[in-house]
Write a protein that binds this ligand. Structure first.
Ligand SMILES: [Zn+2]
Length: 685
């Protein structure tokens, strides 16, 4: 006799068994569970994600599983990285090449930021590991990796987050470095933006974990042809990161935080926590950490947008939050929906002339834009007071001068923030080759920032900001005596950073304005939408945006292509953007009260340097250097800055300055270690 229960169970098993067998026969075993990482992607985006990425299944993308421990003083980190890569090509791979891009920017003779310690293959394979240059790790498995097969391995690495001194992080500090670059006396390499570093109480980890090298044909790319501009493969991948930090640290990162757990204390150690992050289909993951971060956030179109900033910079940090949210709304409306659930906009200790740096789901804005334009050298109070006083001699003129400077500084902060947020579409969503065709995403990000200004403040203001923040890059290049040239070139072909800035950030963006004027708003924005729709999560080629604009141009296709030739491949910048007159450029950039100070024998040279840094070094255009600084040097004063005379002069007028400036907190780095751990940072509304 068979109990009813047993017979039912048997029947169920009989039903299940064949299907289980079939599933095992048919289904490929997943390389890993990619669906578990999708909390970072908006639900409406998940179904089409694999096909948009151009893969059959999400687990064909590389997975980088990072376990990072950052030390209490933000001076270094340890990293164990587990990698799963699938050979998605038709031929076997004999080796897999990984790149640590931050190491490519390390000046010769300096130790790399990230040191490779050792590696091991998993799944019973044995592999050889070789670091053939600071940024290249070659993995050679015992047998080739067949098409469709995976390689799993672990890498152990150790990183040094070098210290960026406070005086390098200000507008003035970056301006002086820009001048050093012009004179060829700078210590750093172009493209060294301090991505793995700490400064101002903020730790930065970006371009720090090994990623699969870019493929060109059947070769791994191990040489970037120079370091100017953005270095990355831009290839989408998944990341799970477990980040161990001091208990009071606030962490901003790409992706979403899915859990926080206490880490068992070692005796005598400060309490620590482990934060787990999921980031799906991203082009990179960046991490910024500070015990002094506070945040302000908004939600726009279903995405949570958070601004992270130091408590002492809260006015600017709130401004960045406001701009980021407004820009996000403009870009969503103009370019289409954003794919992720979160975006972090983070104050960061950037150097090398970078105004900000873009990553998937996170952008940084340079700390210098959160401080007064003149903060840093001799104290904000003295500098602001000095320059204000020089403007006219009485208090009211001084106040007007300060207001003018503060407005300039805020406008630059606004423009840079909008530019970096725009990169979430032009780079993050629609990828492009930032080495071979840097104009593709940079010119679009610049144009998008002008578009943000237009939608928010009107067309007249957009034209003005365009002159100051976009065309200025071109004029500064021309003032230095560098010729107009082709925009669509590899980053390595520009030679001088100021030519790169002038052409890619200064001239290229106006191509879009020219097309829009010719075809009208409807056709122009339809063209940009087509470009996004066709290339979401892919890498667009240099002709694709032109094709999309031409396709939607309603009968103006030949004209759109002619405009692309004119702006991107020919040399009509002087005709199209107007003459570049040095004195005019400098004076029109300045509040009138300050222009008079250019003639002061002591402060004039300093002011010229500062203005030069704001024009050439501090803008969204990035680099402020060039091969021959003689022309700019002549423009900026022609004389040596006399530090002693400036200090004496500052002393004379310090009193006025102190009444004008806002008080500043003591610097984080001046606190003894015991006082650095305060109460948990609070979130601002
Ligand atoms: Zn950019």
């Amino acid at each position: 006799m068979t109990s009813p229960l047993r017979s039912t169970t048997a029947a169920l098993l009989a039903l299940l068994a064949p299907s289980v067998v079939r599933a095992q026969d048919v289904a490929r075993a997943p390389a890993y569970d990619a669906s578990a990482l999708l909390d970072h992607v908006r639900p409406s985006e998940r179904a089409a994600l694999a096909s948009e990425l151009g893969v059959d299944a999400l687990d064909q993308l590389p997975l980088y599983d990072l376990h990072v421990a950052i030390d209490d003083q933000l001076r270094g980190f340890g990293l164990r990285e587990s990698v799963v890569v699938t050979n998605t090509e038709a031929r076997p791979w004999r080796e897999v090449v990984m790149r640590v891009f931050v190491n490519a920017t390390v000046a010769p003779g300096r130790d790399p930021d990230v040191r490779f310690l050792e590696g091991r293959c998993l799944d019973g394979r044995s592999c050889g590991f070789e670091q053939s240059s600071p940024s290249v790790i070659v993995v050679r498995p015992d047998a080739p990796i067949a098409p469709g097969a995976q390689l799993r391995f672990e890498l152990d690495l150790q990183g040094t987050m070098r210290e960026l001194e406070d005086d390098r992080l200000t507008m003035m500090g970056q301006g002086l470095e820009g001048l050093a670059a012009l004179e060829g006396t700078q210590a750093s390499t172009p493209g060294d933006y301090g991505l793995v570093a700490h400064g101002g109480g903020i730790g930065s980890l970006a371009a720090f974990y090994p990623v699969l090298a870019r493929r060109r044909g059947t070769r791994w790319v191990t040489d970037d042809g120079g370091t100017m501009g953005d270095l990355s493969t831009d290839a989408p991948h998944h990341v799970r990161a477990r980040i161990v930090v001091p208990e009071e640290a606030v962490v901003a990162s790409s992706g979403v935080e899915v859990s926080v757990a206490d880490v068992a204390d070692a005796p005598g150690r400060a309490p620590r926590k482990e934060i787990t992050i999921h980031a799906a289909a991203v082009r990179e993951l960046a991490i910024l950490v500070s015990p002094r971060f506070v945040t302000q956030e908004c939600t726009a179109d279903g995405t949570r947008i958070r601004s992270f900033f130091l408590m002492r910079d809260q006015d600017a940090g709130r401004h960045v939050a406001d701009v980021a949210c407004a820009a996000f709304r403009v870009f969503t409306r103009r370019f289409g929906p954003y794919p992720y659930t979160e975006l972090d906009v983070v104050e960061a200790p950037l150097v090398g002339g970078a105004g900000g740096v873009e990553f998937s789901g996170l952008v940084t804005v340079a700390l210098m834009f959160y401080r007064g334009a003149l903060d840093g050298g001799g104290g904000a109070a003295g500098m602001l007071g000095a320059l204000g006083a020089l403007g006219g001699g009485d208090g009211s003129d001084a106040t007007a001068g300060l207001d003018g400077l503060a407005q300039m500084s805020a406008s630059m902060r606004e423009f840079v923030t909008a530019h970096e947020v725009a990169h979430q579409w032009w780079h993050g969503l629609v990828g492009s080759d930032s080495r071979a065709h840097p104009w593709v995403d940079e010119s679009l990000a610049q144009y998008a920032a002008m578009l943000y200004v237009e939608d928010r403040h009107g067309a007249a203001r957009a034209r003005e900001e365009g002159e100051r923040q976009v065309a200025m890059n071109y004029h500064m290049m021309r003032i230095q005596g560098l010729p107009d040239d082709v925009v669509d070139r590899p980053a390595s072909a520009f030679g001088a950073p100021i030519a790169y800035a002038g052409l890619v950030y200064g001239k290229g963006p106006y191509f879009y304005g020219a097309v829009r004027e010719r075809v009208g708003d409807d056709a122009f924005f339809a063209g940009l939408s087509r470009y996004v729709t066709e290339h979401r999560f892919r890498e667009a080629g240099p002709g694709d945006v032109v094709d999309a604009l031409a396709h939607e141009s309603r009968g103006h296709e030949a004209e759109v292509r002619a405009l692309a030739r004119r702006w991107l491949h020919e040399r009509h910048g002087d005709e199209d953007l107007g003459p570049s007159d040095g004195a005019d450029v400098l004076r029109t950039m300045m509040p009138p009260e300050l222009a008079a100070a250019l003639d002061d024998p002591t402060m004039g040279p300093l002011l010229r340097q500062l203005m030069g840094s704001m024009l050439a070094g501090g803008g969204a255009g990035g680099g402020g250097g060039g091969e021959d600084g003689a022309d700019l040097r002549a423009l900026l004063g022609g004389g040596e800055v006399d530090d002693d005379a400036i200090r004496a002069r500052l002393g004379e007028i310090q009193g006025l300055g102190q009444t004008q400036a806002t008080p500043t907190e003591p610097r984080d780095t001046q606190r003894p270690p015991a006082q650095r751990r305060g109460p948990a940072p609070r979130r601002l509304p």
